[in-house]
Ligand binder design. Structure first.
Ligand code: NAD
Length: 490
């Protein structure tokens, strides 16, 4: 595997096309967010590289798609074994590239990346197609499913290898070949995985990875006429551009986008469990998870008690050097992102909001080496109106807002009062209430008395501006295949 801890002036990545590493002539700087310095150079690919990658994927398609599901599953399982064998190197690299703690990368990102391959290797073997009989017409109808062709896969920077493999695994399990473009800010673990794909016996051209920016490499991929399907995870604004760009080709699109996820907490909730989980759901991975809680609505009779206990718990959520196992959070992805998140806190203050802890209240103690890193402590705000941009827009950082409600209807209306509809949590011991509220909340995933429990068999995706389509078990199988209905008349 390429060595990500190499101490040359910079780590220099290469594209992976047709099973080979191809050096690039131009590069983009990539930063280590915990020290605020460039440490890696990522290929600045454009049309030419995407063209070569799509050609390699097209060439590999006939053989790969003709293999049996069992043969493909074997390759996926081998890749999962190799990812697990290299877990520590990959976790260290993911942490350095993204800013997250090594502990998070070691326990969440990398194990889940390996599991994505294992899950789809197995799930692939268990799908069935449909059949119906029309005896009065002498007809039998049945469906077959075929891979679509070359899949274009575009992923974001928050869970780099985890979200990339969530797309590559089902795409190749179902017989497609792939051109993938990871985020230009976090390309290292995808590049490291290329070597493992060679070792796992992924045939040349089945997975091609082209590194570069969205407007150049991403745009060339989305606009390529020989890429009939695009699976995208990222921001709603980029998804709108991708939708326009792909419209002339009528491409199959799956869009997994941003969120502004509410937690609705009723007075009869188990507060110990609720506070512990809501701190985690608000701040995990520096709040850089699309499913992080960013609006907490609390029934007025417990509002003061909740706020006091929640702030005390948030103050214990430690932020600092990513390699220190006692830290819960590391650094945010970039200087620009840190400034964007800070600007929301400034806006909240200018609107009369109260910042209870975190940015501007608690001082982080960082070693000299990390003084220029992009760190921000877990921040809790109250006193903001629902119409504020702070309550309406995705902040995507370690910031959450708390606000009271009086009735069930009001809680639902507040929860639904944004353009997003990705995730939500509901907290109550009353099963009927939990069920009623979960039914009425506009979100693709509702967790009651828990957060982020995932069965990969079940659909994942968002409503409203949070996405189009669903992925996961059967939904990924459907998205990455074309269905055909065949009628036989005797
Ligand atoms: P982004 O939209 O800026 O970038 C995502 C990817 O798209 C990157 O690889 C980028 O290079 C590429 N891209 C940018 N412009 C493009 C273009 N014009 N054409 C093609 N590709 C282009 O998002 P981000 O800042 O990397 O990620 C954060 C966002 O992702 C947040 O909004 C977050 O909520 C969302 N997200 C959603 C999910 C989900 O499953 N719903 C999961 C993780 C992150």
């Amino acid at each position: 595997m390429p060595n990500a801890s190499e101490q040359r002036p910079y780590l220099v990545l290469e594209n992976f096309i047709g099973g080979k590493f191809i050096p690039s002539l131009s590069h983009i700087d990539s930063y280590d967010p915990s020290i605020g310095e460039v440490y890696c150079r990522v290929p600045d690919s454009g049309k030419e590289e995407v063209e070569a990658a799509v050609a390699a994927a097209k060439e590999a398609f006939p053989d790969w798609s003709a293999r049996s599901p069992e043969q493909r599953a074997q390759v996926l399982n081998k890749l999962a074994d190799l990812l697990e064998a290299h877990l520590e190197e990959l976790a260290q690299a993911e942490s350095r590239d993204q800013g997250k703690t090594v502990t998070f990368a070691r326990t969440v990102d990398i194990p889940r990346s390996a599991y994505n391959f294992r899950f789809f290797a197995s799930s692939l073997l268990h799908h069935t197609t449909d059949c119906s009989q029309m005896d009065h017409m002498g007809c039998l109808n049945y469906t077959v499913r075929c891979p679509v062709g070359v899949a274009g896969l575009i992923s974001p920077w928050n869970l780099p290898l985890y979200l990339l493999t969530w797309k590559i695994a089902p795409a190749i399990a179902t017989g497609n070949t792939v051109v993938a473009k990871p985020s230009e800010m976090t390309s290292v673990t995808a590049w490291m995985m290329c070597k493992l794909m060679q070792q796992a016996g992924v045939p040349p051209g089945v997975v091609n990875i082209v590194f570069g920016t969205g407007p150049r490499a991403g745009d060339a991929l989305v606009g390529h006429p020989d890429v009939p399907l695009v699976s995208f995870t990222g921001s709603t604004a980029t998804a709108q551009r991708i939708t326009e760009r792909s419209a002339p080709y009528c491409k199959k699109l799956s869009l997994e986008l941003g969120g502004k996820n509410p937690a609705i907490i009723f007075a009869d909730a188990n507060l110990d469990q609720c506070i512990e989980t809501t701190v985690r759901s608000s701040f995990s991975n520096q709040g850089e998870i699309c499913l992080c809680t960013s609006r907490i609505y609390v029934e007025r009779s417990i509002y003061s008690e909740f706020l006091e206990r929640f702030v005390a718990a948030a103050k214990k959520w430690k932020t600092g050097v990513p390699s220190d196992p006692s830290n819960n959070n590391g650094a945010l992805i970039s200087k620009e992102h840190l400034e964007k998140v800070r600007s929301f806190i400034a806006l909240a203050k200018s609107e009369g909001g109260v910042v209870h802890c975190g940015e501007g209240v608690d001082q982080l103690e960082l070693p000299e080496r990390n003084a220029k890193g992009y760190f921000m402590p877990a921040t809790v705000i109250s006193g903001i109106s629902d119409s504020s941009r702070v309550m309406q827009e995705e902040i995507f950082g370690p910031v959450t807002c708390v606000s009271p409600f009086d009735t069930e209807d009001e809680a639902i209306s507040k929860g639904n009062g944004v353009r997003y509809g990705l995730g939500a949590t509901v907290w109550s011991r009353d099963v009927g209430k939990v069920h009623r509220v979960a039914r009425r909340i506009q979100a693709g995933m509702v967790w009651t008395n828990c957060w982020l429990v995932r069965d990969l068999n079940l659909p994942f995706g968002g409503m409203k501006n949070s996405g189009v389509g669903r992925e996961g078990g059967k939904d990924s199988y459907h998205f990455f295949t074309e269905v055909k209905t065949i009628t036989i008349k005797h």
